[in-house]
Design a protein around this ligand. Structure first.
Ligand code: SF4
Length: 108
């Protein structure tokens, strides 16, 4: 549909940025069918406050990969990028041990 359209990439990039920054209203408005996009979102998260949420109903708040990416970035900024790079350089702990999740109460 948008192949060859000069603004297609700009629009797609803008939509991606809005998605990653959880700007839900911008996402709806940049979509090809804003009303349908908004209605799909509102089927499960209808409140206005949900338009500010850093997750949607697909993965939920605990497993939203974009929220987790933001959290990791914030942690890296706080810890200093070099310290975080060192942590992950030798295999790191990308996978949290189940015992740790159980202790946090985020796993069964
Ligand atoms: S919950 Fe999943 S689908 Fe929804 S915004 Fe987060 S990563 Fe995307």
């Amino acid at each position: 549909m948008s192949i060859g359209h000069p603004a297609a990439q700009l629009r797609d990039d803008a939509l991606s940025r809005a998605r990653f920054e959880f700007r839900w209203e911008d996402q709806f408005n940049l979509s090809l069918d804003p009303e349908t996009a908004r209605s799909y979102h509102d089927e499960t998260l209808p409140k206005e406050a949900h338009k500010l949420a850093h997750f949607c109903s697909m993965c939920g708040p605990k497993f939203c990969s974009m929220r987790i990416s933001h959290d990791i970035r914030a942690e890296a900024r706080a810890a200093g990028m070099e310290q975080m790079a060192e942590r992950y350089r030798d295999g790191g702990d990308l996978y949290v041990p189940q015992s740790e999740l159980l202790a946090e109460g985020t796993a069964r």
